[in-house]
Design a protein around this ligand. Structure first.
Ligand code: DC
Length: 234
């Protein structure tokens, strides 16, 4: 059984995908981590983020191995496990540039399909899993959450790190809530292009995680998987 989980950043989809994989005892593929790993490689090689050909070359030439466990996806680059180095600010800020390079996408999409073929059963998470990579998946989820709620969380994180303007009338320089909200909305618009075919197909199950606990989200996903796979098997 192949289950795809696509959706916006900060919607809680990674936690949901890991939780669902653990409940069902299936391997978990975090495709964002694959884009992040190639980003880390490009940064380490000193490649300019503006040079698409150089990005394609450096990211094509580095050997990458992906291991899917039920609660994690481990990535090695040229034999070195880089899994714990993929969430740095530097990688997070650069990754969307690398993810927009066609040669990078086609390499990773081929790898993801090969992983799917080898494993047979998996929970895979990203932006294009149900639409492009596994169009034949058994169950497809689209996970969303209210943009204002996500922006509020991010803004509070920035304020705690001393990088937010901490509210009206405050003299402290920093990022305002409306700037954070605009950033979240802009990123959603870019991401949404990737799952547009999923929406058009009408088969994706939409789950809005706003106001739900992690357990409630996972329960919801499990219920849908049981309903859909029982219906399909009946
Ligand atoms: O989910 P994440 O934040 O780890 O994703 C990192 C980046 O990779 C983000 O810019 C979206 C991009 N991405 C993508 O384009 N396609 C995917 N299947 C997964 C992630």
């Amino acid at each position: 059984m192949v289950i795809t989980i696509d959706g916006s950043a900060g919607s809680g989809k990674s936690t949901a995908a890991r939780g669902l994989a653990a409940r069902l005892g299936l391997p978990y593929l975090d495709t964002g981590a694959m884009y992040r790993a190639l980003t880390a490689a490009a940064i380490q090689a000193g490649t300019s983020l503006d040079d698409q050909d150089a990005l394609a070359e450096v990211t094509q030439s580095i050997p990458m191995a992906v291991t899917c466990e039920t609660d994690a996806t481990r990535i090695t680059l040229a034999g070195e496990d880089v899994t714990d180095q993929l969430r740095t600010l530097e990688v997070s800020q650069a990754v969307s540039r690398i993810a927009s390079v066609p040669a990078v996408r086609s390499r990773l999409i081929d790898m993801q399909r090969e992983i799917g073929r080898q494993l047979g059963d998996l929970v895979t998470e990203g932006r294009d899993q149900g639409s492009v990579v596994f169009p034949e998946a058994d169950v497809k989820f689209l996970i969303v959450a209210d943009a204002e709620a996500r922006a509020r969380r991010r803004y509070e994180e920035l304020c705690n790190e001393g990088r937010g303007n901490a509210g009206e009338g405050n003299e402290v320089e920093g990022v305002s809530f409306s700037e954070v909200l605009k950033n979240v909305q802009d990123r959603d618009a870019i991401d949404a292009r990737q799952w547009a075919p999923l929406l058009a197909s009408g088969v994706a199950v939409h789950v809005d995680t706003t106001g739900l606990s992690v357990e409630e989200v996972i329960d919801t996903l499990v219920t849908h998987v049981r309903r859909i796979t029982h219906t399909a098997g009946a």
